[in-house]
Design a protein around this ligand. Structure first.
Ligand SMILES: *[C@@H]1O[C@H](CO)[C@@H](O)[C@H](O)[C@H]1NC(C)=O
Ligand SMILES: *[C@@H]1O[C@H](CO)[C@@H](O)[C@H](O)[C@H]1NC(C)=O
Ligand SMILES: *[C@@H]1O[C@H](CO)[C@@H](O)[C@H](O)[C@H]1NC(C)=O
Length: 439
């Protein structure tokens, strides 16, 4: 009834009448003759997506009306933007997965990679997980109208990205950087994949306290609505899943930390001529700027005193631990904590500081996986975007398959989930094979 000629005329509107073929358009299938669908070019309409088939819903959770600054008018504040992705095949896993970014790149970073390969959201959709992606407060589509409460600061720059994330091997700041091989492209300005990554950087709020408080309230509200879930966080995003583990632990099945950025009491940047350079004090409560639940209790974290512990070298940084009266975390042991560190990332020089702090806190329900120990080599900080991102996702999934079989809250499984019944946590790497591995 509707011939191709008529259809093409409708599509082309007021243009002079010509057939689709004359425009070089094949309306049958949009199949290109020869189109380059590699890397950043694959966003062309002529290229098929590498992402998995899913349905998407979005919603905002939490917050409420506050004074807008305009007399008599109110605005909504403190809400979080969440995407719900449902696998086209169907959900076959008992617990959803909630992804939390640092905000330097928004929640969109869990979708396709900058060079348009399949991202982690798609990987877990393929495994049958219900996926949720949260934009952290004041970042991305969780942007906030009350600007006095959520002042913004720069998220990242070309140099921060190259040095810390995509091309640390070009900077010689710590010896492990030379092993970095997994970033797609040369990881520097001018490379289309690097530029696509950098274009996705956005502002984050400089009000750590307000962001943490909103993430605590609205984040636990999300989890109480969707039920016990796995959380997968990256870098500074792990501040917020630590807060959830403290404030609503029964709602987290396990907290998987991809190179957590909330290093206890400090921020570190490596440098091979002056080992201590780049250290600044941060997070007076240890993992956070706002108090967690401690014993003895803490209402103002300036009550916690700290000292530098251990030798400091570019390959292995010193840590900051509590001194004097030790305030122990009372809630964090309830949620299995898994930390994953790449072989060539700056984090390989300081993620041991989490382990030292957890030991001081008396925590046992954690494991540290160094990817090189399970044969996954060459990764840096944005491992979930790197060339072997599917391999890392599969290793995590291998561990999740065991956690899926344990009963729901309050019966949290504890780590390590071991086929040989060990109850002593092994955080030195190889013990991890009991939980995580290469399928
Ligand atoms: C148009 O696309 C269809 C489906 O991809 C293909 O079978 C057909 O050969 C194409 N026709 C032309 C004229 O290129
Ligand atoms: C990276 O690749 C881009 C594009 O080819 C080039 O302009 C740039 O000089 C390269 N940078 C390095 C450090 O190799
Ligand atoms: C390390 O930091 C010191 C002090 O800021 C600086 O002088 C030196 O150039 C840095 N070295 C490297 C390799 O970046």
């Amino acid at each position: 009834m509707c011939s191709r000629t008529i259809l093409s005329a409708l599509l082309l509107g007021a243009l002079p009448f010509r057939t689709s073929a004359q425009y070089g358009i094949n309306l049958t299938g949009f199949t290109p003759d020869s189109v380059d669908c590699t890397g950043v070019k694959s966003i062309s309409p002529k290229c098929s997506s590498k992402e998995s088939a899913y349905q998407r819903d979005f919603f905002y959770i939490g917050g409420g009306y506050v004074d807008s600054g305009i007399p008599g008018q109110q605005a909504w504040s403190d809400q979080l933007y969440v995407e719900k992705l449902t696998p086209a095949n169907k959900v076959n896993k008992p617990y959803p997965m909630v992804f939390v970014s640092a905000g330097v790149n928004t929640g969109a970073q869990w979708l396709n990679t900058p060079d348009n390969r399949k991202g982690w959201a798609s990987y877990y959709l393929d495994q049958g997980y219900q996926v949720y992606i949260v934009d952290i407060a004041a970042n991305g589509r969780s942007s906030q109208q009350v600007q006095s409460k959520y002042p913004l600061r720069l998220g990242s720059t070309d140099i921060i990205n190259q040095q810390g994330f995509t091309a640390p091997e070009d900077y010689d700041q710590y010896p492990q950087a030379d092993m970095h091989t997994q970033w797609p492209g040369n990881g520097s300005r001018g490379d289309p994949v690097f530029d696509a990554f950098t274009a996705a950087n956005g502002p984050i709020s400089s009000s750590n306290v307000n962001v943490e408080n909103t993430m605590r309230t609205s984040g636990c509200q999300l989890l109480s609505m969707i039920g016990q879930s796995y959380t997968i966080c990256h870098s500074a995003g792990c501040t917020y899943t630590a807060i959830w583990s403290d404030a609503c632990p029964d709602l987290l099945r396990a907290n998987i930390n991809i190179e957590p950025g909330n290093i206890p009491f400090t921020s570190l940047i490596g440098n091979n001529t002056v080992a201590g350079v780049g250290r600044s004090s941060a997070r007076p409560c240890g993992l956070t700027y706002t108090p967690l639940q401690f014993d003895p209790p803490v209402t103002d974290c300036s009550a916690i005193t700290t000292a530098e512990v251990g030798p400091d070298s570019p390959a292995k940084r010193s840590c900051i631990l509590q001194t004097g009266t030790i305030h122990k975390l009372t809630q964090l042991n309830k949620v299995p904590y898994i930390m994953i560190t790449g072989e060539a990332s700056p984090h390989i020089t300081y993620d041991h500081c989490f382990v030292e702090y957890f030991e001081q806190m008396g925590l046992t329900n954690y494991q540290w996986i160094k990817l090189a120990d399970i044969g996954i080599e060459g990764n840096a900080h944005f491992m979930f975007l790197e060339k072997n991102n599917q391999e890392i996702a599969a290793a995590i999934n291998y561990g999740l398959m065991q956690l899926n079989m344990y009963p729901a809250a309050p019966g949290h499984p504890s780590l390590p989930i071991s086929s040989h019944g060990s109850s002593k946590p092994s955080h030195l790497g190889l013990g991890w094979l009991a939980w995580i591995g290469r399928p």
